[in-house]
Design a protein around this ligand. Structure first.
Ligand code: NDP
Ligand code: OXD
Length: 308
């Protein structure tokens, strides 16, 4: 059997070599080294080129090097075959660290204290304890549920919203197709962990920001296309939002001239909230491919019609 690997990063050789060591029974090839496309059974990809995958006529499954599959579904000529995402304990752990770190940073007004230090100003800030801080999580999937549980353990008052009904101890769970007003009203810090689908695209916009408590903080660790960038800048300008922490952007890498880089109330991180490296992701991918070959159940199999 043969597998082809597509990602633009220099890390692709590391990925290929590591996958090869984990899957000795499968010939692992880089996209650019693949001479006989008809011989390929599996494609393991991050942001594949549009129309690229349909050239592999005998492909059985596509593996997303990521929890999100929007970058695969973006291909208008995508073959109708199973799409398996990549998740796992280490990926969840990394996102947990990111969300807890940045919720705590906003909660404890760390940016203000860092600014005061730069000016050598001694300015103690009194923040309420976490028990009096309300955090809202959009998306209660693998990552949102885990983040909600850990924020609750830190003492935060946590709410979450998903399409279907969820029950998580200590978390106020909302569900439905529309973001509930009540959920937004109580989200002093709003964390987006939704998949990117036609329903969620542009969801972080003026209308939503206006329903948050005045001076709320936003964390977007999901996808850049969730956010209407000009609406964020306007909400920061008016004070409706106090700050935003953004890990994902419509264009990545974020162009050097982009206003987010230098905005005093925006923290930019380079899409590394929960980076999938060959060590953590490779083991998950190898296990899923073996399950696929055996015909076993794969928890990471996605619903391409639903979009996640
Ligand atoms: P899951 O697929 O496990 O969960 C998605 C959640 O979103 C589910 O709870 C789902 O509801 C909910 N949802 C989907 N559509 C809607 C909608 N229209 N309205 C309300 N709720 C909705 O995803 P993960 O938790 O694994 O990952 C979430 C996203 O995080 C990924 O898709 C990816 O974009 C991003 N990500 C970012 C990373 C980074 O480094 N920045 C790393 C990894 C992921 P329901 O439960 O009812 O189906
Ligand atoms: C993912 C990501 O979807 O890294 O896993 O963004």
């Amino acid at each position: 059997m043969k597998l082809v690997l597509y990602l633009q990063s220099k890390r692709r050789v590391w990925w290929r070599d590591h996958l090869q060591s984990l899957l000795p029974e499968i010939d692992c090839l880089l996209w650019e080294d693949c001479a006989d496309k008809n011989a390929i059974d599996f494609a393991v990809v991050w942001r594949p080129p549009a129309g690229g995958l349909r050239q592999f006529k005998n492909l059985q499954a596509i593996v997303s090097i990521g929890a999100g599959i929007d970058h695969v579904l973006a291909d208008p000529e995508l073959p109708e075959i199973p799409v398996i995402r990549t998740t796992g304990a280490e990926l969840t752990q990394r996102m947990r660290e990111y969300v807890c770190l940045h919720v705590l940073r906003i909660h404890r007004q760390c940016s203000d204290m860092e600014a005061a230090q730069r000016e050598q100003r001694w300015r103690p800030v009194i923040t309420p304890p976490a028990t009096r801080r309300q955090v809202g999580i959009m998306g209660l999937g693998k990552l949102g549920t885990d983040a909600a549980i850990h924020l609750t353990q830190l003492g935060f008052s946590v709410s979450g919203w998903a399409r279907s009904k969820h029950t998580i101890a200590g978390v106020n769970c909302y569900h439905g197709e529309q973001v509930p007003e009540d959920f937004l009203k109580r989200s002093e810090i709003l964390v987006c962990l939704l998949p990117l689908t036609p329903d969620t695209r542009n969801m972080l916009n003026t209308n939503l920001f206006e329903q948050l408590p005045s001076g709320a903080g936003l964390i977007n660790a999901a996808r850049g296309e969730h956010l209407v960038e000009s609406d964020l800048l306007a909400a920061l300008e008016s004070g409706q939002l106090a700050n935003a922490t953004l890990d994902v952007f419509r264009k990545e890498p974020l162009p050097s001239t982009h206003p987010f880089w230098t905005h005093p109330n925006i923290v930019v991180t380079p899409h590394n909230a929960s980076l999938i490296d060959p060590l953590s992701g490779g083991a998950e991918i190898a296990a899923n491919l073996r399950r696929f070959i055996r015909g076993d159940l794969i928890a990471d199999l996605t619903d391409t019609k639903r979009g996640y």
